[in-house]
Design a protein around this ligand. Structure first.
Ligand SMILES: *Cc1c(COP(=O)(O)O)cnc(C)c1O
Length: 371
């Protein structure tokens, strides 16, 4: 049986977890949390990072930070995970769904401006499959209409965007805020886990407070205040040191993990060219401004029937391929709460996108031969 995903362990996870336990402090914001923060801030130049217990939590923090209130509108792609929307819905926002691009499941930047109203507060681009949205276009709209941009970078670790200025920027470093995931299905994992990136410095202090249950505990630990107390709303968004220690073992090996995953992706891409052409299947498109971070390998089939036939064929050979999101605009929840827009491209990806097995220890040959 070849699963769709298999979490990869570097071997050091248990060693660091044991060390964290021996250090005698296993709640959050300790030695390993700090190491992880430093790593990300140095490697990718993120202004400030806060580990969270999930990307969902990081998105919820973002919604609190930008003060989402009842009736505010937030624009995001329909073809995304529920958390992208839920985080803002929890604070009373109305979600305005954007269609996907015809060449890529990411949202169509050209169709965004028409969705902006006086109530729009933020745009949430999702870098699907780790492939960048065209951030120059999104940031310039945000600037023009005074909106916040929160990157859902759950799948986008170690991926980049090169805009008009020719500078290669890491995804997660461009919006005011960004959220990453370390769920076991992502490139770098800690079981459940995530991170909020704060690029707009004006959010830095409040982010720490929200992270620590609405208290100024972080400032207290740094000796900046002589006691800590309740100063704002917040929750327990920080992971324990056990999770951070696991994550550190992964981060130490990020170069190797990325090299292997990208080489898997390229093997799929190169070896499936003829097969795809013959079967009228579209292989993933990576626009020239984006990079591929080896997060996922997907096919866009010509019909839902063709997709089912491929799933069945692989299943008969004990290989698990899976489709992805039911577009949120056509979800049960949205149907009871919203008018349903017509989003043809989102529907296309809901019906026709198929993800092939993708993980570090995968033998690609076996899948290619089975197709
Ligand atoms: C995985 C994922 C999430 C949620 O991440 P969690 O860490 O499981 O909360 C959110 N958005 C996208 C696009 C994802 O792929």
């Amino acid at each position: 049986m070849i699963p769709f995903n298999k979490p990869y362990l570097t071997g050091k996870e248990i060693v660091y977890i044991e060390d964290a336990v021996k250090k005698g402090k296993i709640s959050g914001n300790g030695y390993y949390t700090q190491r992880c923060h430093d790593f990300f801030e140095k490697k990718y130049g993120f202004n400030k990072c806060l580990l969270t217990t999930s990307c969902t939590d990081a998105l919820e923090m973002a919604a609190i930070l930008i003060n989402i209130k009842e009736g505010d509108e937030v624009i995001m792609p329909s073809f995304t995970f529920v958390s992208t929307a839920n985080a803002f819905v929890l604070r009373g926002a109305k979600i305005v769904f954007a269609d996907s691009r015809s060449d890529h499941p990411g949202m169509d930047e050209e169709k965004l401006e028409a969705l902006i109203t006086a109530k729009t507060k933020a745009i949430v681009p999702v870098h699907y499959a780790g492939v960048a949205c065209d951030m120059d276009k999104i940031m310039s709209l945000a600037h023009q209409y005074n909106l916040f941009v929160i990157e859902d970078a759950a799948q986008a670790i170690d991926s980049f965007y090169t805009g008009k200025d020719g500078i290669r920027k890491p995804l997660g470093s461009i919006g005011h805020l960004a959220a990453f995931s370390f769920h076991e299905t992502k490139n770098i994992i800690s079981g459940e886990g995530g991170m909020l990136v704060i690029n707009d410095k004006s959010f830095a202090q409040r982010a720490e407070i929200i992270w620590e249950k609405g208290t100024n505990r972080s400032a207290f630990f740094r000796g900046e205040v002589d006691k800590y107390s309740w100063v704002d709303i917040g929750s327990s968004f920080l992971p324990s040191e056990i999770v951070a220690a696991f994550l550190w073992a992964q981060l130490e090996n990020i170069e190797d993990i990325q090299k292997v995953r990208i080489s898997h992706w390229e093997k799929y891409y190169n070896e499936l060219q003829d097969w795809a052409l013959k079967n009228e299947i579209t292989l993933p498109v990576v626009p020239s401004y984006a990079t591929n971070n080896g997060h996922m390998f997907y096919l866009v089939c010509k019909s839902i029937e063709q997709r089912q036939a491929i799933i069945d064929k692989l299943k008969s050979k004990d290989i698990l391929a899976v489709f992805h999101y039911i577009s949120l605009h056509s979800s049960v929840f949205n149907k009871t709460n919203n008018i349903i827009p017509e989003l043809n491209q989102s529907d296309k990806y809901s019906d026709c996108l198929l993800r092939l097995p993708f993980f570090y220890e995968l033998n690609i040959r076996e899948i290619i031969e089975a197709l």
